[in-house]
Ligand binder design. Structure first.
Ligand SMILES: [Zn+2]
Length: 262
């Protein structure tokens, strides 16, 4: 027995080291994987003649065109949320400089003014809209959305059933409304899956984001500034860069490339 003891002790020591390594990995020295920043651009409306616009919601078609041209000239590729998700969930590659274009609220000028430009460049864009506003004269109709989606360039996603503050509602009612809005889009546009939701006013809470994730909303989009890190970022809190009329194409490229501020 005496001769066996050292090897028995060695086995015990090895087991202890393995257990310790399993329970206490070297967190202090582990580096997060390198970031892949994806600027997610936020537009609302286009107008030839700018109205009184305290919230910077409008850009002219000329400025919109300039933004796109500048980003393309700088080597950016417009991708869809579907492609972003494929990167995250399935490891599909992203282009070198990915960028996502989004519109909130689904104003009718997204079809009359932005869509001809989007189509001409052949770039991708996503529109988030609240069901209650669809076809009310100021916002897109189902027919217009079908036409844009059929080209594969535009994705339509939910901005809620009604354009209101979902974080202020009881969680179960908020989730039920967002699900109803999703099912309405599914029924009318016939797509298999609507995986993104943009919070009206960017207003969310940790509890609501978790509840919507449980309900299947893998990507949840806010309005705050900053570039989204597709590798280490939180897909239930995707920030966006608000694109303003006062921003030149060059300035937008600088913000998209260099800055975490907006
Ligand atoms: Zn909105």
């Amino acid at each position: 027995m005496k001769r066996l003891f050292p090897s028995f002790a060695l086995i015990l020591l090895t087991a202890a080291v393995c257990l310790a390594a399993a329970f206490f990995p070297c967190r202090d020295t582990a580096e997060p994987p390198p970031a892949v920043f994806v600027p997610v651009l936020l537009y609302h409306a286009l107008a030839q003649e700018l109205p009184d616009d305290p919230y910077n919601l409008f850009v002219t078609p000329g400025r919109f065109d300039e933004h796109i041209q500048a980003l393309l000239d700088a080597g950016y590729t417009f991708i869809s949320f579907g492609e972003l998700w494929d990167f995250h969930a399935n490891g599909e590659p992203l282009p070198d400089k990915p960028v996502i274009m989004t519109f909130d609220d689904g104003y009718i000028d997204n079809y009359t003014l932005a869509w001809p430009i989007i189509k001409r460049y052949g770039i991708k864009a996503a529109i988030f809209l609240a069901d209650a506003t669809i076809g009310d004269g100021e916002h897109l109709t189902w027919e217009q959305m079908r036409e844009m989606e059929a080209t594969g360039l535009v994705e339509i996603y939910s901005h809620g059933l009604v354009h209101h503050d979902y974080a202020a509602l009881p969680i179960d009612i908020a989730v039920a409304e967002v699900l109803e809005a999703y099912e309405n889009i599914l029924r009318n546009l016939g797509r298999l899956r609507t995986i993104a939701f943009a919070y009206p006013y960017g207003s969310s809470s940790d509890e609501l984001r978790a509840a919507l994730l449980d309900a299947g909303f893998d990507m949840q989009v806010l309005t705050g500034g900053g570039l989204f890190d597709a590798v280490n970022g939180d897909y239930t809190a995707i920030n966006r860069l608000q694109c303003k009329q006062g921003m030149s194409g060059e300035e937008l490229v600088a913000v998209a490339t260099n800055s975490m501020e907006n």
